[in-house]
Design a protein around this ligand. Structure first.
Ligand SMILES: NC(=O)c1ccc[n+]([C@@H]2O[C@H](COP(=O)([O-])OP(=O)(O)OC[C@H]3O[C@@H](n4cnc5c(N)ncnc54)[C@H](OP(=O)(O)O)[C@@H]3O)[C@@H](O)[C@H]2O)c1
Length: 268
């Protein structure tokens, strides 16, 4: 897909990977509707894009609410004259012993990472199918193929997003609308709390720069990739976990013990 003049709805554009994605897409000439809840950082990204001669509109909205999603669709369609690409980038996480996971946060993770991407895709698809072209891009994670201890809620949503991407891609075959599932490994963003950063340091987990991952995701979109997994070792472990999960259980055992003390402790 040539990105020049493509009309893109990007959620999670106020920080981290989404912010860098917005800038990279703008450099390729795409016209973008940027979505997040915090107005100030979102307007700053839109301002940067406008200053470089690009087109960006900021849509302050919460994707977990029906009003927020309606605003995303209405404002982006009005500003851009339609949509060619939806990028589901908004996300949230939790790093806790599951037995003490906060039920409200659990619901928020599922709504943000899985339900909102599905409902937004449902909204944009009829128009894309009518125009016989378009792309849904779901930002997943390596945790969506390998279940990680103390990230049970987050892993579940990314497993779900991967399943949704695969099923939807098969359903849309022949319509001209494609689906890309892009799975980074750990990235240095605000998604990862200080305790996650300490844990990553202790277990030697590799963490990438968001600008680098954003450029990689843009290349995956340009190449119409179906699935993209970042990192040769991670791609190998994803395959190994699919074929021999008990081997991976054993391989992760030592790391799990090291992670235990960093995750929010069970307190009930
Ligand atoms: N960082 C990693 O290690 C890593 C690894 C693999 C995959 N990912 C995935 O990459 C994506 C981006 O994450 P990130 O690492 O860049 O984290 P981040 O810096 O925390 O960015 C998350 C973005 O999502 C937005 N967001 C969260 N909840 C929202 C809601 N209810 N409605 C609208 N926007 C919402 C946030 O904006 P507001 O707070 O302003 O709403 C922010 O722009 C996520 O899907 C994440 O799962 C991250």
């Amino acid at each position: 897909m040539q990105l020049r003049d493509q009309r893109i709805l990007l959620t999670g554009a106020s920080s981290g990977i989404g912010r860098e994605l917005a800038l990279e897409l703008a450099r390729r000439g795409a016209r973008i509707a940027l979505v997040a809840r915090r107005s100030e950082p979102l307007q700053a990204v839109a301002g940067e894009i406008t200053a470089m001669g690009g087109t960006a509109v900021a849509v302050v909205a919460d994707v977990t609410t029906s009003e927020g999603r309606a605003a995303c669709i209405a404002q982006s369609t009005r500003a851009l004259g339609g949509l060619d690409v939806l990028i589901n980038g908004a996300g949230t996480s939790d790093f806790a012993h599951f037995a003490c996971a906060d039920p409200v946060q659990l619901e928020q993770i599922i709504k943000t990472n899985l339900l909102a991407p599905m409902l937004l895709a449902r909204e944009v698809l009829p128009q894309m199918i009518r125009q016989k072209s378009g792309r849904i891009v779901n930002i997943g994670s390596i945790f969506g193929s390998i279940g990680f201890a103390y990230f049970a809620a987050y892993s579940s949503t990314k497993f779900g997003l991967r399943g949704f991407s695969e099923a939807l891609r098969r359903e849309l075959h022949g319509t001209g609308v494609g689906v890309t599932y892009a799975a980074p490994r750990a990235v240095k963003t605000a998604l990862n709390s200080p305790s996650v950063l300490q844990m990553a340091d202790a277990v030697g987990m590799k963490m990438d720069e968001p600008v680098h991952i954003a450029a990689w995701i843009v290349r995956a979109i340009e190449k119409d990739r179906k699935d993209a997994y970042y990192g040769a070792a991670e791609r190998f472990f994803v395959k190994l976990n699919g074929l021999f999960p008990r081997l991976v259980d054993r391989g992760l055992d030592k790391q799990n013990r090291a992670m235990r003390d960093f995750a929010q402790p069970t307190s009930r």
